[in-house]
Design a protein around this ligand. Structure first.
Ligand SMILES: CC(C)(COP(=O)(O)OP(=O)(O)OC[C@H]1O[C@@H](n2cnc3c(N)ncnc32)[C@H](O)[C@@H]1OP(=O)(O)O)[C@@H](O)C(=O)NCCC(=O)NCCS
Length: 175
């Protein structure tokens, strides 16, 4: 998502956002504004990092946006130095009416495959609040293992999970 689209989503200007995006954006699609703002700030500072940052998740048949996914930065950021120095952190959010349909799983595998194939990325990281049962379940279902924890300035305690790949996992091939 380019800066103009992020700005429209942050302003909750759904009509403008749809015009820029070229797909439908449900009026009640709630996305974490803090994440949108943080990524917009990163993009404004370093436009070349855009492919790593936020992407809209769009249902192909209906051309409707149902969530967002993206890495928090390019690989190897300072905040991962002590847990997974060669890692890149993945984040995602699916609008409530669209959950439990396998969308986050499909999007996460697709984005990791892009990083794996296009950039040779092998180490993926998730950081999850210990009370976030859906996200913990998703991490485990994708074969991530817990590697540590940290205190996020805004979100408090978060557990770090990692999946380090050699070759592309066979269980992800049919996805
Ligand atoms: C976490 C989240 C992205 C999952 O999205 P989703 O599209 O519903 O997930 P999927 O349908 O692809 O489910 C993938 C796996 O996650 C786990 N999972 C998802 N929702 C779950 C729930 N409510 N309880 C337990 N496990 C759950 C399951 O293991 C599931 O696999 P299964 O359906 O084969 O059992 C979604 O709940 C969400 O947006 N939550 C709010 C934002 C958030 O917490 N983001 C992650 C921050 S770390």
């Amino acid at each position: 998502m380019a800066p103009r689209l992020l700005e429209a989503l942050i302003a909750r200007n759904q009509l403008l956002a749809e015009k820029i995006a070229g797909f439908k954006i449900p009026i009640d699609l709630v996305l974490n504004t803090r994440t949108l703002r943080n990524r917009l700030r990163q993009l404004n500072a370093s436009p070349e990092v855009q492919p790593w940052l936020l992407r809209a998740i769009v249902i192909q048949q209906s051309q409707t946006m149902c969530g967002r996914i993206g890495f928090h930065s390019e690989p190897g950021p300072e905040d991962l130095r002590n847990v997974a120095a060669d890692g890149v952190e993945l984040g995602y959010e699916i609008g409530e009416p669209f959950r439990r349909r396998g969308i986050a799983n499909e999007a996460a595998l697709a984005l990791m495959k892009w990083a794996y194939e296009e950039h040779g990325q092998r180490c993926f990281v998730l950081s999850i609040n210990p009370g976030n049962i859906p996200s913990l379940g998703m991490a485990r279902s994708m074969g991530f293992r817990e590697i540590g924890s940290h205190i996020d300035e805004e979100d408090g305690l978060e557990l770090y999970f990692e999946r380090r790949l050699g070759s592309w996992p066979s269980e992800w091939t049919s996805e």
